[in-house]
Design a protein around this ligand. Sequence first.
Ligand SMILES: Nc1ncnc2c1ncn2[C@@H]1O[C@H](COP(=O)(O)OP(=O)(O)OP(=O)(O)O)[C@@H](O)[C@H]1O
Ligand SMILES: Cc1ncc(CO)c(N)n1
Length: 265
Amino acid sequence: MGIARALTIAGSDSGGGAGIQADLKTFTVLGVYGMSALTAVTVQNTIGVHGIYNLPVEAVVQQIDAVISDIGIDAAKTGMLSQVPIIMAVAERIRHYQVENFVIDPVMVAKGGARLLEMEAQHAIIKHLLPLAKVVTPNLPEAEVLTGMSIRTVDDIREAAKRIVGFGAKSVVIKGGHLEGDAIDIVYDGDTFVELKAPRIMTQHTHGTGCTFSAAITAELAKGRSVQEAVTVAKEFITCAIRDTLGLGHGHGPTNHWAYGKRQG
Ligand SMILES: Nc1ncnc2c1ncn2[C@@H]1O[C@H](COP(=O)(O)OP(=O)(O)OP(=O)(O)O)[C@@H](O)[C@H]1O
Ligand SMILES: Cc1ncc(CO)c(N)n1
């Protein structure tokens, strides 16, 4: 068995804390060979998103084909997908290659409020992408958009998780990063609910937490781990990365992707 291989289909964050850059750093630290299919170039730093340049849909498809046909992949994830034609094309390619370990981070809005997905694309994610997912990782606002529910309580989260699995995803992790109190995420596989719990860390440096978390899940699935094992490692990875802050930039700085590796000794 050679090295595990993972592909991220996502946007570039010039600031290096989210998007493709966060994904590739996470893959590397977890010992997985990372590849990328870029969907968009964002002009971004810790202060905000200052520009978005979408790539043509053919460019996205050609990148996916180039790496899968030659190098091969053990898992793939999506991040920023921008537009309906990109979502449709990615769904078609994932079906074509019968990618089993497929993780969807349904990125919609950056922390500062900039839209990374067109409004009309939200429905395309539900219809075309979610049925292919082994794991989908919405934060609370994304879970609200996907389900049309307002989510206030733990019971609401459980109901939303059921609806998202009802769309065809094999499992869902609804992230509680946007709630107050401990950072509790709810995992549901259509059968049982599991809580991932970590203490809330008081910091403004949480840029790219969602990307990093879903990339860690993808890396672990690429190594052959189960969903339950993968989400457990990912929770540990993101908690270490938030705790051991780098203190970069003047706004919401990136997390520390090396912290987990250092912890391992
Ligand atoms: N301050 C914090 N302390 C501890 N854990 C956190 C904190 N903020 C987020 N997390 C955890 O980080 C992971 C990512 O969750 P979050 O809700 O931040 O994702 P997101 O909103 O999609 O991020 P992004 O900014 O990349 O879009 C989850 O496991 C969440 O519980
Ligand atoms: C490119 C990119 N993808 C995802 C996010 C969400 O954190 C971001 N800020 N930028």
